[in-house]
Ligand binder design. Structure first.
Ligand SMILES: C[S@@+](CC[C@H](N)C(=O)[O-])C[C@H]1O[C@@H](n2cnc3c(N)ncnc32)[C@H](O)[C@@H]1O
Length: 245
């Protein structure tokens, strides 16, 4: 199923299956936040409900279930290589790719990115000042964005963008269990071409699409969960109405 918007299109279904239907060299950037399949050393810990893995104990707010977050390490790398290879085919040469990861899955994700044919360019840090304290340990107050490009890597402006992006989780605009702040996505889009089309195969609550709308870009999104696709569609319509004034 697909929903057409003024600024783009969202498909509800499996990313790999949907990506295979799209034409070669049709996208200007990949910006995505896939399920991390993180949360522990052992298979049982990874299979736990994402609400348990990624939410602080005692958090009252509930969200629809997040799908596809229980792969073991080998299947995670194989699966990520498959969908990243499809994204590589869809991107134009020189297009940037920005893929979220956490500290546990960062080595797996950088392996998959390179196995899919991308040139790895670096890692951007998302600093989350609101992370809970861990007594006697380092506060885990960062997530990471793998920066890569479909060769030959290109730049699209002459600004030097910061490598550490500080944004609090925006609970007032968050509709997804692991929803990212719109302002963070807007900062990431700064290295993508203005007016270009941005691919997000794991759209969740639609944050990438909203950042595209607010910065004058187009989007192509995919989301497996019907509940999250509906929430994303509502947010996208509101964002489009806001920019239309
Ligand atoms: C980390 S979340 C994205 C959150 C998003 N960045 C936001 O701010 O709302 C990953 C999303 O991928 C979806 N997903 C999991 N497996 C998928 C698949 N095979 N194809 C498409 N979407 C999938 C999950 O349902 C989840 O909503």
């Amino acid at each position: 199923m697909s929903i057409q918007f003024d600024f783009g299109i969202m498909y509800q279904g499996d990313a790999l299956a949907m990506l295979r239907t799209l034409p070669d060299s049709s996208m200007d950037a990949l910006v995505t936040d896939p399920p991390y399949s993180s949360g522990g050393l052992h298979a049982s810990a990874r299979r736990a409900d994402p609400a348990q893995k990624y939410q602080t104990t005692g958090t009252k707010r509930t969200y629809p279930p997040m799908l596809g977050d229980c792969k073991d390490q080998r299947s995670f790398i194989t699966w990520a290589t498959l969908w990243l290879s499809e994204c590589w085919r869809l991107l134009r040469p020189g297009a940037p790719a920005l893929i979220f990861s956490d500290w546990r899955q960062l080595p797996a994700m950088t392996d998959a990115v390179q196995a899919a044919g991308f040139k790895w360019r670096g890692v951007v840090v998302w600093h989350k000042p609101s992370a809970r304290p861990l007594l006697g340990e380092f506060r885990r107050d960062a997530e990471f964005i793998v920066h890569a490009a479909k060769p030959p890597a290109k730049t699209f402006n002459r600004t030097c963008h910061p490598g550490v992006l500080r944004h609090a989780v925006d609970t007032s605009r968050k509709v997804h269990l692991t929803g990212k702040p719109v302002a963070l996505l807007k900062d990431l889009l700064a290295v993508t071409p203005e007016g270009g089309t941005v691919l997000d195969p794991f759209l969740g609550g639609g944050t990438t699409a909203i950042a595209c709308i607010e910065t004058g870009r187009r989007f192509v999104g995919v989301e497996l969960s019907a509940e999250y696709a509906e929430l994303a569609a509502d947010r996208i319509r509101q964002a489009e109405a806001a920019v239309a004034g």
